[in-house]
Ligand binder design. Structure first.
Ligand code: ADP
Ligand code: MG
Length: 685
């Protein structure tokens, strides 16, 4: 048996199990061995009956003192087996296992495992395992893995299959043939066990100590690979010879002419950027900051400085709405400068496109803003100095790479309004330097947030109506466009739109915005909302990023519990952008138990704090902005728990990339191959 063989080769895997395994994503032996347990039951020690504690799971052994079977009703029988452990008695209780009475008789030596219950003086064990003391294939006396059961395969069944496969693979020496992705020198320094040992002991731990060693190794590997992936991909962006861009004295004039003074955080970030731009390494910097913290202005000044150096600059946004908005902000902030700014999106007319292409190639255009249209092959720039990607997590590695390949190693700025916890940033963005804008412009009002039960929905809308009467505008956000049949509880934008238009907001101008509308229509609706011609915008999360309407003072979010906290925080940032007091009303449709989660938003207005909570409550895979990153669904690592391991993994990776940036040394070959494979896989997705 080889690792690359189908799981079908495992004894006991017939067509049915094969199908189940396949739909669990397990097709080869290798996949099977990488399907890790989620927990362990320590059945390695036996407890004497007098030492048993109520509520714990324990193994006991002894001699059967009596067997009794009782039928309570048609579908329920109880088998009680009294066990004598050196004079101390305990009763093993089994439900609906009548056949046990045929196998187990008074006087026999047995072992058992189960949950201890104490009633008065009596000790009962609700049994899950029972076997004879001389049982050869014992399920006791060892640490037993608990697998995530799935597709109708129980943990036990998966365990059996995994164990059989492990036995065969080991016998044939294949276990030692698994190639280590972690370079040898790092293995030595970190005192990591071999991958073979780790795989064996994660499925069949020989002791607690062995399990610990195996787990450490596998968690380290997961985090190490994540960090290396980021660094490796980053190294593609950053070839050595950067364009050196001096800080032009004229840039300070431009900053002077802005209608506002920069915040300290903005100034600090801009300084960091300017320092990078002058260096001989390519800048790869991420600006993180809450919605409205003024990232775009900072990026705009960096772009202007690039132009002042005689280079071009481009900014890519994930949606047309955002691209247009950036375009108009940049035009506004550079209105007094002699810089040519153009917009290129999917809806730019072919004639105009040709025109823009020409002007880009001849160097007439200084600043280009747009959507994915920017990375089309037709776009060629004369002299690109700086590329900016807004909401960078919405773009894949390859798209960012393509963007930067529009020039000869231009500097790169990524922006994100999704603050992520530091620990996660260390892993996810290991290749980038991070600037954090943790201060909102002066005079920004905090947004009052309240959670409403669905039955109090009307109160939220009545309040919104008052705001409309006072001349303000409102957003209503729904999780879905249309209700799907299976999830009747989910509320749809379409439904809410119809309800509001003829109900409480009758006489107001209500519009519906969602991702399926044609681009021009979306644009027209947004323009009407911006100009105040539309009072209420009912929308899906298409409004999540970037929209900036200062007169909007209320946002109502329907089915709020269906969103992640970070996402809600981002949505909330649509309001509170002008001088008006602003409000966010979270309406909860589903379970009350989740309301505690929503209360985090009531008490905190820090994106970082909220993201930290999201990480704890939902895990890194669910954090808005990382959902697209399949790699953050760690199998074993828990980023909020394993910070120490992460830090040493990161330190190792950093040293590695400093000494061998392209991973061309022989000892790093396997690592390189697996990072390449990940990169290819991402491109296909
Ligand atoms: P972000 O991209 O971080 O969401 P923007 O750069 O779009 O934030 O800024 C949000 C709004 O705040 C814009 O209208 C912008 O003009 C304004 N703004 C930015 N920086 C400042 C500042 N220092 N003082 C006042 N207003 C600012
Ligand atoms: Mg923005």
């Amino acid at each position: 048996m080889k690792l690359s063989d189908s799981v079908q080769a495992v004894n006991g895997v017939g067509p049915q199990k094969l199908k189940k395994l396949n739909s669990m994503g397990i097709s080869t032996i290798y996949d099977l061995l990488y399907y890790f347990p989620r927990a362990y039951e320590d059945r390695s020690c036996f407890t004497h009956v007098p030492q048993l504690k109520a509520g714990e799971k324990a193994c006991i052994k002894g001699r059967i003192a009596g067997v009794e079977n009782r039928r309570l009703r048609k579908n329920l029988s109880i088998t009680r087996i009294d066990v004598d452990d050196n004079g101390a008695l305990a009763a093993l209780i089994f439900f609906n296992r009548d056949h046990l009475t045929k196998i187990y008789k008074t006087g026999q030596e047995i072992r058992a495992y189960g949950t201890v219950k104490k009633t008065g003086k009596f000790t009962e064990i609700e049994g899950s395992v029972l076997e004879f003391s001389n049982e050869k294939k014992s399920a006791l006396g060892r640490i037993v893995p608990v697998y995530p059961s799935s597709e109708g395969l129980s943990s036990n069944e998966i365990g059996k299959i995994a164990n059989t496969a492990l036995g065969d693979i080991k016998e044939q020496g294949e276990l030692d043939n698994i190639e280590d992705s972690i370079p040898k020198d790092i293995m030595m320094r970190q005192k990591l066990c071999s991958i073979g040992y780790a795989i064996e002991n994660i499925h069949a731990p020989s002791s607690r100590e062995a399990l610990k060693i195996a787990l450490y190794r596998l968690i380290f590997e997961e985090l190490f690979l994540t960090v290396c992936r980021a660094m490796y991909n980053g190294s593609r962006l950053m070839s050595k010879n950067a364009v050196k861009l001096a800080v032009s004295p004229a840039i300070y004039g431009i900053i002077e002419r802005l209608p506002f003074g920069l915040t300290h955080a903005q100034e600090r970030t801009l300084d960091e950027i300017f320092k990078d731009m002058q260096g001989c390494n390519v800048m790869n910097r991420l600006i993180q900051g809450d919605v409205g913290s003024g990232k775009t202005v900072v990026a705009g000044m960096a772009m202007a400085n690039c132009v002042l150096n005689g280079f071009q600059s481009i900014m890519m946004a994930p949606t047309e709405v955002l691209a247009r908005q950036h375009y108009s902000s940049l035009k506004k902030m550079l209105v007094h400068e002699d810089m040519k700014i153009r917009l290129l999106t999917g809806s730019t007319s072919p004639a105009e496109k040709v025109n823009i292409y020409e002007e880009l190639e001849s160097g007439k255009v200084d600043i280009l803003v747009g959507t994915h249209a920017l990375i089309q092959p037709g776009v060629k720039l004369k002299k690109l100095g700086l590329a900016v990607a807004d909401e960078q997590h919405r773009f894949g590695v390859r798209q960012r790479l393509t963007l930067s390949e529009k020039g000869e190693s231009p500097h790169f700025i990524s922006m994100s309004a999704t603050p992520i916890p530091r620990s996660l940033a260390l892993a996810a963005y290991a290749d980038m330097d991070i600037s954090i804008i943790d201060e909102l412009p002066k005079g920004r009002k905090s947004i009052e947030t309240r959670v409403f039960k669905n039955t109090d929905r009307k109160k939220a809308y009545t309040f919104a109506l008052e705001q409309l009467e006072a001349g303000r505008q409102a957003y209503v956000v729904c999780p879905l466009i249309e209700a799907t049949d299976e999830k009747g509880s989910a509320i749809s934008a379409l439904q809410v739109f119809e309800e509001l238009k003829s109900g409480i907001f009758k006489g107001k101008k209500v519009s519906l915005l969602h991702g399926r509308l044609p681009q021009e229509q979306k644009q027209a609706i947004m323009t009407d909302f911006e100009s105040g011609a539309v009072d209420v915008l009912v929308a899906t999360t298409v409004i999540e990023v970037g929209i900036d309407v200062k007169n909007a003072s209320v946002i109502i979010i329907e089915g709020a519990e269906q969103f992640g906290l970070s996402q809600l925080h981002q949505l909330r940032g649509r309001v509170g952008r002008g001088e008006h007091n602003s409000y966010c009303m979270l309406i909860q449709r589903g379970e009350i138990s989740r309301s505690e989660r929503l209360n985090v938003l009531v008490s905190s207005d820090s994106g970082f704090e909220i993201a930290e909570k999201d990480l704890q409550l939902r895990g890194p895979g669910e954090i808005a902005g990382l959902r697209q990153h399949g790699h953050f669904r760690f199998r074993l690592a828990d980023i909020s728990k394993h910070v120490k391991i992460l830090e040493s993994a990161r330190a190792c990776a950093k040293e590695l990339f400093e000494s061998d940036p392209e991973l061309s040394e022989e000892k790093n070959a396997k690592l390189k191959a697996s990072l390449e494979a990940d990169y290819e896989a991402e491109a296909v997705e």
